[in-house]
Write a protein that binds this ligand. Structure first.
Ligand code: 2P0
Length: 346
């Protein structure tokens, strides 16, 4: 039996300008563009292998050693799009094996705990889509493939690139212009580092999908955010990344985290993702910047209480002298990462 296989890894991305709100829940089309930083794959990643053969009887998926249903709409949408692209390739070159007609066996594994609030759906769908795109030898660009990953999970489209990444919301109803693009490579600003402060590894009680729909439906502040705040911030943050202007990047990152959590609080009933420890971390970051008389650290929080800090390598000792003094140094609660490169999946 001939089995065709391909393996890829997909890295974690942490948004500095948050995706929060969908204008189309089926296609995962966002209400605003977002920006993220991709962490190094040496640290956090999903490894996915895809295999196909004419003898395979059904599509199967194994996640972290457990069989997992593939019958959900999001996964089916991704598989359908990928098979369609492969089919187009096969119809142009009839000597190609007909992989588009065969079933897939997919095995996926994270090297970080799923519940730690580190966007496992993003890396999961990014790796799944990239692995199959590689298996099918699709000629499409990474941005084009990111459109398919987006249908699996919105933030997944950003994990197809390394370095500094924008997800452009697009305006088309069919979502063909809603995809990820790279703003800068990790080598363009290699001094940037990130640290995750694990405040809690308990799974969040309001999922991102539920939370963002509640915000869209009930928050007045949200309208102001998507119409006026984010479009301006997107341009300022992109420029700060290109110009390696840490003070501006940090200020916009912190303000955007606060803006996103403010819209959560403004939802009805309100959504609380941060806890008291998260709020202490915010206060202390401002105190640290004030103490040094310059911005050396930025915080950001996703849909959970864990903090991600961004800082430049040259300030690591300055920052952690404070962090350990304030919060102690329990082994493993602070995890430091570099910004990651990513090889093209094809
Ligand atoms: C982000 N988050 O930009 C924001 C910030 C959480 C807070 O993307 O429904 O898991 O799969 O499209 O991508 C989490 O949302 O939501 C998220 P779906 P997703 O990273």
């Amino acid at each position: 039996m001939t089995i065709y296989t391909a393996s890829v890894t997909a890295p974690v991305n942490i948004a500095t300008l948050k995706y929060w709100g969908k204008r189309d829940t089926k296609l995962n089309l966002p209400t605003n563009s977002s920006i993220s930083v991709t962490l190094s794959q040496d640290d956090l990643r999903t490894l996915t292998s895809a295999a196909t053969a004419p003898e395979f009887e059904r599509d199967t998926l194994w996640l972290n050693g457990e069989p997992h249903s593939i019958d959900n709409e999001r996964t089916q949408n991704c598989l359908r799009d990928l098979r369609q692209l492969r089919k187009e390739l096969e119809s142009k070159d009839t000597s190609l094996p007909t992989l588009s007609q065969w079933k897939l066996h997919i095995v996926s594994e994270n090297n970080f705990p799923t519940a730690a609030g580190l966007a496992s759906s993003a890396t999961g769908f990014a790796a799944l889509v990239s692995a199959i795109a590689k298996l099918y030898q699709l000629p499409q660009s990474t941005s084009e493939i990111s459109r398919i990953a987006r249908k699996g999970s919105g933030s997944a489209c950003r994990s197809l690139f390394g370095g500094y990444v924008a997800w452009e919301m697009g305006t088309a109803e069919d979502g063909h212009d809603s995809m990820a693009v790279q703003i800068a490579d990790s080598s363009d600003w290699p001094q940037m580092k990130a640290c995750v402060l694990v405040v809690s590894d308990i799974k969040k009680d309001v999922s991102s999908t539920q939370g963002m729909q509640l915000t869209v439906a009930t928050s007045e502040l949200f309208k102001e955010r998507i119409e006026h705040v984010v479009p301006k911030r997107f341009e300022v943050m992109r420029k700060a990344i290109v110009e390696k202007d840490f003070a501006t990047f940090a200020k916009e990152t912190m303000m955007d985290s606060n803006s996103f959590h403010a819209t959560c609080l403004d939802s009805f009933p309100p959504i609380f993702y941060m806890n008291d420890t998260s709020k202490h971390i915010i206060s202390w970051c401002h105190s640290i910047n004030q103490f040094y008389g310059e911005t050396i650290v930025a915080y950001t929080f996703d849909a959970g209480p864990n903090a991600v800090l961004y800082y430049l390598a040259e300030n690591e000792l300055k920052l952690f002298a404070f962090i350990y003094k304030l919060f102690g140094s329990v082994p493993g609660w602070d995890k430091k990462f570099t910004v990651g490169q990513l090889e093209a999946f094809n």
